[in-house]
Design a protein around this ligand. Structure first.
Ligand code: ZN
Length: 471
C-alpha cells in the first residue's frame, strides 16, 4: 500500500481475489524467495468465484445475442500462427515452445482457432450457416511483456479476453458494429453499475501509417484505404448516435487492420484515469490468408466480407483492476466472493444466544440452498464495531445481516446493503411473523440486486459456498 491510498492490488488481496506474491506465502518465500514477476496473476478462492460468476454471465449474455460459444486450446502449432501472419508480425510478443522437435506457441490471440472453427462449420453446413457469423470465447491468451513493465492486474503476460470474431458481409458492417456498442453499454451498466455518458467514455479510431504498409502493417494500400474509409464513416455515426467524442490516431492500428477503441474514464488511486476497455478491429488479412474470401464466393456468391475482432471489456484482469480502484473494492453482489455476511451478536445470556445462533444458522442454510455465497460470524456488542471495521476493510460483502437480542425480541432482521450509486450502505429492516416470511423478503432483496444481470443474461449465476472463514 502506498501511503493511505489503496490501489487495485490492495483491494484484490483484501477481497481474496488474487494473491500478492511478495507477502502471502511466507513459508515458501523464506526458503525459495519470491515468485513474483512472471506476469500471470494467481487468483485465490474469492477470485475463483468472481471469475466463474463473471464467465457464466458473459457466456449467457453473448449466447442470447446470437454469438456461438467456443473454447479453444491454449497451445497451438506454430504453423497455425504462421498462416495467420502472427509469426511474421507478432513473434516478439509470443511465447514459443519446442517439444519433440516441433514448434508450438502459447496462443497470443484466439482468432486463428475461431477461423478454423468457422471454416469447418461452413464446410459441413454450407449455406445454412448465416452471416453475420459470431463466435465468442472467454479466451485465455499469453503475450510477452518485459518483466520491468509488469504491474499487478494491469500489465500482465497472461490474461483473459471476452473475445469474439464476427464474419459479416460488408453491407451489414454498420449494424454489426452498432450492436457491439449496444453490448458494451448493456454490460457496463447492467453488470458493473458503470453508466455511460459523454463524460466518461470516448472512442479512438486507430489508422495505419501509410509509409509503413507492408512493413509494420500487413496488406496492400488499397485494402487499408477501403477499410479505413468504412471505419471512419462508422466512427462518426457512432459518435453522433451516442453523443460521445471521437479522436483519430495515425499509425496506431493493429498490424492486421484499423480499429476503434473504447476508452473510459474511471477514478483511480492516482486520480482520474483513462482505461482502454473494448475494442472493435477490422481485418482484411485473415480472410485472405484463411481463404475465407474463396469459400464465401463459393457458398454465397460474389459478396465482400469483413472479419471483425471485438472485445467488450477487453482483459478481465485489467478491467477488474480498474473497477476495484474506481469502486474502492466494492464488487457487485453477483461477483463478490462473500455475497451475504450474517453476523450473530451474542449477549452472554445463553438462552438468548441460543435463539440468535439458531436463527443465523437457519438463514445461512437457506441462503446456501438458494445458491448464495455466505459467511457467518459470531460477534458481541463490544466487539461488533471492530469486527465490522475489519469486514469492511477486507472482504466487503454487499449485504450484511445483523441478528442480536433486539432482532430476536422484535422479530426483525436488520439488513445493510451497499449502494454503488451512493457509495455507502443503506439500512433496511424486515419485520416478520415467521422466519420463512423473512427469508422470502430477503430473497426478493437479493433478486433486486441481481436485476441488471438477469436482464442481460437471463439469470444470475449462483455458485453457493460457505466462506465463513474469510470473515
Ligand atoms: Zn482476434
Amino acid at each position: 500500500m502506498s501511503g493511505t491510498v489503496k490501489d487495485h492490488i490492495d483491494y484484490a488481496y483484501e477481497l481474496d481475489l488474487a494473491i500478492k506474491p511478495e507477502s502471502s506465502v511466507p513459508i515458501i518465500n523464506r526458503e525459495y524467495g519470491v515468485f513474483s514477476g512472471p506476469g500471470v496473476p494467481l487468483f485465490s478462492i474469492g477470485g475463483g468465484y468472481f471469475r466463474h460468476a463473471l464467465q457464466q454471465i458473459l457466456v449467457n449474455f453473448h449466447s442470447r445475442r446470437g454469438y456461438l460459444v467456443v473454447e479453444t486450446p491454449l497451445i497451438a502449432s506454430s504453423e497455425l500462427f504462421k498462416l495467420s501472419g502472427h509469426m511474421d508480425f507478432y513473434k516478439s510478443n509470443m511465447f514459443i515452445l519446442n517439444i519433440e522437435d516441433r514448434e508450438f506457441v502459447l496462443k497470443p490471440m484466439n482468432c486463428p482457432y475461431h477461423l478454423l472453427i468457422f471454416l469447418n462449420h461452413i464446410a459441413r453446413f454450407r449455406s445454412k450457416v448465416k452471416l453475420p457469423f459470431k463466435i465468442f470465447e472467454i479466451g485465455r491468451v499469453h503475450r510477452f511483456e518485459p518483466s520491468g513493465s509488469l504491474y499487478g492486474l494491469l500489465r500482465v503476460r497472461g490474461f483473459t479476453q471476452d473475445d469474439a470474431h464476427i464474419i459479416t458481409f460488408e453491407s451489414d458492417t454498420l449494424n454489426v458494429i452498432l450492436n457491439v456498442f449496444d453490448e458494451i453499454k448493456l454490460l457496463l451498466e447492467s453488470v458493473f453499475n458503470l453508466p455511460i455518458s459523454q463524460d466518461n467514455i470516448r472512442i479512438r479510431l486507430s489508422l495505419s501509417d501509410k509509409n509503413l504498409i507492408g512493413k509494420d502493417f500487413m496488406g496492400t494500400i488499397e485494402e487499408w484505404s477501403s477499410a479505413e474509409d468504412t471505419l471512419e464513416k462508422i466512427t462518426s455515426i457512432i459518435a453522433e448516435k451516442y453523443g460521445i467524442k471521437a479522436s483519430i490516431g495515425v499509425g496506431e492500428a493493429a498490424f492486421y487492420g484499423p480499429k476503434i477503441d473504447i476508452i473510459m474514464t474511471l477514478k483511480s488511486s492516482s486520480g482520474v484515469k483513462e482505461w482502454q476497455m473494448g475494442t472493435i478491429q477490422f481485418d482484411f488479412n485473415l480472410p485472405r490468408r484463411f481463404k475465407i474470401y474463396d469459400i464465401i464466393r463459393e457458398v454465397y456468391g460474389d459478396n465482400r466480407v469483413y472479419i471483425i475482432h471485438r472485445a467488450l471489456i477487453g482483459s478481465i484482469e485489467r478491467f477488474l483492476g480498474g473497477y476495484l480502484e474506481h469502486y474502492r473494492g466494492r464488487l457487485p453482489l453477483t461477483l463478490a466472493p462473500i455475497q451475504v455476511a450474517i453476523i450473530a451478536i451474542k449477549t452472554g445470556d445463553w438462552e438468548v444466544d441460543e435463539v440468535i445462533l439458531d436463527k443465523t444458522i437457519n438463514i445461512r442454510e437457506k441462503l446456501l440452498s438458494n445458491g448464495l455465497r455466505v459467511g457467518l460470524k459470531e460477534s458481541t456488542k463490544t466487539s461488533l464495531p471492530g469486527d465490522i471495521r475489519s469486514i469492511e476493510s477486507t472482504i466487503k460483502p454487499p449485504i450484511i445481516i445483523y441478528i442480536g437480542a433486539r432482532e430476536v425480541r422484535e422479530s426483525i432482521l436488520t439488513i445493510s446493503i451497499f449502494s454503488h450509486k451512493e457509495m455507502k450502505r443503506i439500512s433496511k429492516t424486515i419485520k416478520y411473523s415467521s422466519l420463512d416470511e423473512a427469508l422470502t423478503e430477503l430473497e426478493n432483496i437479493i433478486r433486486g440486486e441481481e436485476e441488471g444481470v438477469i436482464k442481460i443474461s437471463g439469470f444470475a449465476p449462483r455458485i453457493p459456498a460457505d466462506l465463513s472463514h474469510m470473515l
